[in-house]
Write a protein that binds this ligand. Structure first.
Ligand SMILES: [Zn+2]
Ligand SMILES: [Zn+2]
Length: 303
């Protein structure tokens, strides 16, 4: 099953230096999830040929315009192209009222708003492939990130072993769930001998916007990819604290403490045309740091 991230916008507040506003698409199996929807998101989707029809769930971190102003345009497009499937939007409260005023019309497909609680981590959504948890963040508006955790899959049976021990098909479902098998002579064949080891569930965490917050570390421990905002460099720490954002050094500190596999920095201030100094600052603390690149597809493979 694929588990693939595509970042559509990497800039904070305003578009600048060829960078656009926050939006990401995470595809897990047959479904794509849209995370934040800054102004121009549907143009980014067209440019990168994102399949809009695969999106049934939109996750909004907070109601600042650089994360939401693309939503109304996208909803209008869905209506005009004849969408019939329900669409679910998860966000802190008040988004529904804002969207309804801006739309000024009734959509011809079911739109469901789910109000989130940004003060604690909750399960927002789950299907057979993934569970989506919220990550409480600290920002100027109620805000949370998102943790996508792949569901544990059934163990893979080793066919040669099943044949060798002449295990009937009726016993297979239990073995997939973790059971061993008892032969006619009473010998027990352990589950581990009959199956290939399960792969670790893949995890992606999105944390934007937020002030430096060590409270998120237990929630994002060991994730394959952490996308963390790095609006400023550390010489702008006071400004970062005042506006409740994070510096590149602080994002890397969080990544190191949480022992994530890879950190992607994003939500860059327009004051930086060249982002290399932010990357260098992060890599000095956490070497597996990278700059978010718009349009690039990043696959997390099963390990
Ligand atoms: Zn923002
Ligand atoms: Zn914000």
């Amino acid at each position: 099953m694929n588990f693939e991230l595509q970042i559509l916008g990497t800039n904070a507040a305003t578009p600048a230096h060829g960078r656009h506003l926050s939006a990401q698409v995470l595809t897990i199996g047959k479904e794509s999830f849209l995370i934040d929807c800054g102004e121009g998101t549907q143009f980014r989707m067209l440019k990168f040929q994102v399949k809009k029809s695969k999106i049934n769930h939109i996750f909004i971190s907070h109601l600042h315009g650089d994360h939401t102003f693309g939503l109304v345009g996208l909803l209008m497009t869905y209506d005009l192209i004849g969408r019939k499937k329900p669409l679910h939007i998860y966000s802190p409260e008040d988004l529904q009222a804002i969207v309804e005023i801006q739309l000024g019309t009734t959509l011809r497909f079911p739109l469901h708003f789910h109000t989130t609680d940004s003060t604690k981590s909750t399960v927002l959504f789950e299907n057979s492939a993934v569970t989506v948890h919220s990550i409480p963040l600290v920002h100027r508006a109620p805000c949370h990130g998102f943790l996508f955790v792949e569901k544990e899959r059934p163990a893979n049976i080793i066919k040669e072993k099943i044949d060798a021990y002449q295990i009937p098909h009726t016993a297979i479902p239990a073995i997939k769930k973790g059971a061993g098998y008892t032969l006619a002579d009473g010998r027990i064949i352990p589950h581990q001998e009959l199956t290939k080891a399960r792969t670790a569930p893949r995890k992606f965490a999105y944390c934007s916007d937020t002030i430096y917050s060590e409270a998120i570390i237990p929630l994002i421990k060991g994730v394959d990819i952490l996308y963390h905002e790095a609006t400023f460099m550390h010489d702008m720490l006071l400004k970062a604290e005042k506006t409740m954002h994070t510096t590149a050094k602080q994002a890397a500190t969080i990544a190191a403490q949480a022992k994530v596999k890879q950190l992607i920095l994003g939500h860059f201030s327009s004051r930086y045309s060249n982002l290399e100094p932010l990357l260098a600052e992060a890599r000095a603390v956490f070497k597996d740091s990278f700059l978010a690149e718009e349009g690039k597809k990043i696959s997390i493979e099963s390990s």
